[in-house]
Design a protein around this ligand. Structure first.
Ligand code: FAD
Length: 400
């Protein structure tokens, strides 16, 4: 296997970042990046924002262009997914039948949208660039849109669709928006903002059926519509790994070094289940794909470093921005911001900052979240009254 290439399966964000990092870190051997999509590796966040608004194009979302890939000697095999993996033989097969031997392998297969059982032409989903284009051409001023799901994808689609002049109803099965990942106070703020922008948000509702001209709820309500967008989460693409006998839980399970249960095989990104704060979990975020893609590349090169990056995410809706870093703990301190937003701090029992979440106009909360990141790393014990005081700058707290 000495002369076999390093192979990355999944030419998305984590896979693309890993390939680029391998070259940046001096790996000069053969490097193959295998994708099932036809595009260069790209970042997905603009899909529900700029791409849907028509202000961003695919070229602006890719991690690099094809000239750069060629220059770096990264062999990008597009539209030809890996279909079988034989960890013991250190080889895998692609859809076109060819077998490839590998010296080291990274599985960065991401996920696909969860779909409703029945496929219908006016029911759209959003995960890929091609799906974003299909949705973009369907969203016209006056289109009556029903969004199913009040998580980030559903909320961002609703916000963008309102900006394009659509009439939007958003259906959420739970009692609050993005309830799985956001604290109640920010769910409330999101709800108020969407209603202010004219989205008819319905909480605690259950879908009965989708007809060609309407959505029916179980309570008998009929919601006339032209288009339905479903954003009810994603399913990690674990099948290749599971069929090869790798340990799989809610994702491909890895240890602290992003190693799967099979020697020489790593996993990174949305598909990867790793321990965070003692619990196995997956992170479906840009930051995680970026950090784990980079990290897996280092460990493929034998650096043997544990993955310890802080988790984090952001979301942009209308002219407001949400950002979070670190982990949520039960001990919360809230700081009102002059902008009308809010910053939440999560502390451990020793009053050390473990996480923060901010919601404010534009990108203004980014600065605070950066400082929170530094406060988390500094492991300082912080007075709750100081954290709550908007007059006291976080820079000041950092100085101890
Ligand atoms: C619309 C949208 C908006 C988002 N917005 C934000 C945001 O604002 N902030 C944020 O933090 N995060 C956001 N995210 C999440 C973020 O984009 C993802 O976490 C990130 O893309 C994950 O990267 P990945 O490489 O793990 O997976 P992916 O980007 O999904 O890449 C995996 C690739 O592998 C391919 N693949 C799967 N199986 C195979 C196979 N057998 N062979 C070959 N290829 C295969 C897949 O088709 C895909 O191309 C958003 C996601 C979406 C969909």
């Amino acid at each position: 296997m000495m002369n076999a290439p390093l192979i990355i399966v999944g030419a998305g964000h984590a896979g693309g970042r890993a390939a680029l990092t391998l070259r940046e870190e001096g790996y000069a051997g053969r490097l193959i990046l295998i994708g099932d999509e036809l595009h260069l590796p790209y970042e997905r966040p603009p899909l529900s924002k700029g791409v849907l608004q028509g202000t961003a194009e695919l070229a602006g979302c890719t991690l690099c262009d094809s000239e750069r890939l060629a220059e770096l000697g990264i062999e990008h095999i597009a539209g030809n997914p890996a279909t079988h993996l034989q960890p013991q033989q250190h080889r895998l097969q692609l859809a076109d039948g060819q077998w490839l031997a590998y010296a080291g392998l990274l599985l960065a297969t991401g996920g696909r949208v969860r779909r409703l059982p029945q496929e219908q032409a006016h029911v759209l989903y959003l995960r890929t660039h091609d799906e974003a284009l299909a949705l973009r051409s369907a969203l016209k001023a006056g289109t009556r849109l029903v969004v199913v799901g009040g998580g980030f994808i559903g909320l961002e689609v609703a916000a963008t669709a309102r900006g394009l002049g659509c009439e939007v109803i958003l259906l959420e099965a739970g009692p609050r928006l993005a309830g799985r990942v956001l604290p109640p106070v920010i769910s409330e703020a999101l709800l108020a903002l969407h209603r202010q922008y004219g989205v008819d948000v319905r909480l605690n509702v259950a879908l009965e059926s989708i007809q060609t001209d309407a959505v029916w709820l179980v309570d008998g309500q009929r919601l006339p519509c032209d288009l339905v967008v479903v954003g009810i989460g994603m399913q990690p693409n674990t099948e290749l790994a599971a069929a090869a006998g790798l340990e799989v839980g809610q994702g491909i399970r890895v240890d602290s070094h992003l190693r799967t249960s099979a020697p020489g095989i790593y996993a990174a990104g949305d598909v990867c289940e790793f321990r965070l704060g003692g619990e196995y979990q997956r992170q479906e975020t840009w930051r995680n794909a970026e950090a784990q893609g980079r990290h897996a590349a280092l460990n493929l090169l034998g650096r043997d470093v544990p993955f310890e990056a802080l988790p984090g995410f952001w979301s942009d809706q209308y002219d407001w921005g949400l950002q979070a870093v670190g982990v949520i703990t039960p001990l919360t301190v809230s700081r009102p911001l002059a902008s009308g937003g809010v910053l939440l701090f999560y502390l451990d029992a020793d009053q050390r900052l473990q996480g923060a979440c901010g919601w404010a106009p534009g990108n203004s909360v980014a600065k605070d979240i950066k400082l929170c990141e530094r406060l988390i790393s500094a492991h300082l014990s912080l007075a709750r009254a100081s954290l709550a005081d908007p007059e006291l700058s976080l820079k000041h707290l950092l100085r101890g």
